[in-house]
Design a protein around this ligand. Structure first.
Ligand SMILES: *[C@@H]1O[C@H](CO)[C@@H](O)[C@H](O)[C@H]1NC(C)=O
Length: 238
């Protein structure tokens, strides 16, 4: 009985987490119809209003600079993107904020800086060198499909970037969340030294808005300059 209650609580927590963490279908029925529509004219008839073709990044839940957020216009959040072969994303990073190391299983990713100074790292596969760039406004880099990449705002001003991805359903896999979710006898064995990887897993930030707060040193230095907005305590919502 107690176990069953625990299981129900677990399911409830996980469902809430998914709703917050990953893009939720805004209109799954419409997207399903768009995917099977015979012709483009059929698709146009399924999107009859001008409002169906407008996506406002600034009005989405993940549009925040505290610490930051990844706002995706894709088939889940913007049905008109269905079948277009692209996702357009806006990346907001508050001072020092980062996107933790992750990959997109189904998309190459072109990232253009609009403002701020953002350091990026990319590893294409085992044996490939680590490519790193510091992006200023007007500069871009490429994260090839399934490459592991991460970025950090290394300035004390907000940074904003635009990301174009080659699928309307890119997927995102966070490395630390995936690795530390494996049993101790897998992740603990890889790391060795008797480290309790389940305890580490409890410290890995949830997917949240896609962005995490950055290093303490950076935040402290920016706070000294009066550049940090007051933060909400991070929600443990994964
Ligand atoms: C590894 O740990 C998992 C979860 O605790 C367990 O189910 C599995 O049997 C273990 N495997 C080995 C080889 O001990």
């Amino acid at each position: 009985m107690f176990l069953r209650l625990k299981f129900i609580a677990f399911v409830a927590v996980v469902s809430v987490a998914l709703a917050v963490a990953v893009d939720v279908d805004k209109n799954a029925d419409l997207v399903a119809k768009l995917r099977v529509a015979n012709t483009n004219l059929d698709r146009m008839n399924l999107l009859p209003n001008d409002a169906d073709w407008l996506f406002d990044f600034t009005k989405q839940d993940k549009y925040t600079f505290s610490p930051g957020g990844v706002i995706n216009a894709n088939s889940a959040t913007f049905p008109a993107a269905t079948g277009q072969g692209m996702t357009m994303s806006m990346l907001n990073l508050g001072p020092c904020s980062m996107l933790p190391p992750h990959l997109h299983p189904r998309a190459a990713n072109y990232v253009v800086a609009i403002s701020g100074t953002t350091q990026t790292y990319m590893i294409a596969e085992n044996g490939a060198r680590t490519v790193t760039e510091t992006l200023q406004a007007g500069q871009m880099t490429i994260f090839p499909q399934a490459s592991i990449h991460t970025m950090m705002n290394i300035g004390c001003e907000n940074a904003q970037l635009i990301s174009a991805l080659s699928s309307d359903d890119t997927g995102t896999t966070n490395l630390a969340n995936a690795f530390f979710s494996f049993p101790q006898n897998i992740s603990g064995t890889v790391i060795g030294g008797g480290l309790n990887t389940q305890a580490i897993y409890g410290r890995v930030p949830p997917f949240g808005t896609g962005s995490n707060a950055g290093p303490h040193d950076c935040i402290a230095a920016c706070a000294k300059k009066g550049k940090m907005i007051k933060r909400q305590p991070p929600a443990r919502d994964e």
